[in-house]
Design a protein around this ligand. Structure first.
Ligand code: 4NP
Length: 184
């Protein structure tokens, strides 16, 4: 029997990954969540972020990421940094690396059967012809504005991809999710 307050099962699970999980991937998570909400698909997607390294575990996102997010009406304050865990490869359908170093680190740790789940996030914005969301940690605010712009474009591409694939049958998925959340 289902708990009537239980959230419906997500249709697709997405993990954003950078190095420290305080600058780029938390911002990518926040931007993507907002776009998913606007597209009325947020309840169908499980969204998380993580870092390949453990430097900042438990910390809030960097204040510069919080600031550019807040300028765009996105609140990152519920996020805390965590490291990628070996179970993430099995759990998440899309594991999205912010840059090629992050991708190489993920690739090295990922069991072979899950490697097709790994992608460079900017592959979802092919018109940009870029591979990396640059690491803004040691730079100024401009770097964070650039990260925002890049993750915004890639998020739009990712939403479009999901709507053409896992979420293609949107009306019936949304009907199922309403039935799930009403059942006890
Ligand atoms: P992120 O940025 O990978 O986008 O979270 C960084 C955060 C921290 C460090 C480097 C990059 N660090 O060296 O501590």
């Amino acid at each position: 029997m289902k708990d009537k307050d239980q959230a419906p099962e997500p249709v697709v699970k997405i993990l954003f990954v950078c190095l420290g999980n305080i600058c780029r991937s938390p911002l990518a998570q926040g931007v993507f969540e907002k776009q998913a909400e606007t597209a009325s698909v947020l309840e169908l997607i499980h969204i998380d972020s993580a870092g390949t390294h453990a430097y900042h575990i438990g910390e809030l996102p960097d204040p510069r990421s919080m600031s550019i997010a807040s300028t765009n009406n996105i609140d990152l304050s519920s996020q805390r940094a965590r490291k990628v865990h070996e179970t993430d490869f099995e759990t998440f359908d899309y594991i999205l690396a912010m840059d090629q170093d992050n991708y190489a680190n993920l690739y090295a740790d990922c069991p072979e059967q899950y490697r097709e789940r790994l992608h460079l996030f900017l592959n979802f914005a092919p018109h940009l012809d870029l591979k990396d969301v640059p690491d803004p940690y040691y730079g100024g605010n401009f770097g964070f504005e650039r990260v925002y712009d890049l993750v915004f474009e890639a998020s739009e591409g990712l939403i479009k991809t999901l709507l053409e694939n896992e979420l293609a049958d949107l009306e019936s998925l949304q009907a199922d999710s309403v039935t799930d959340s009403n059942s006890d």
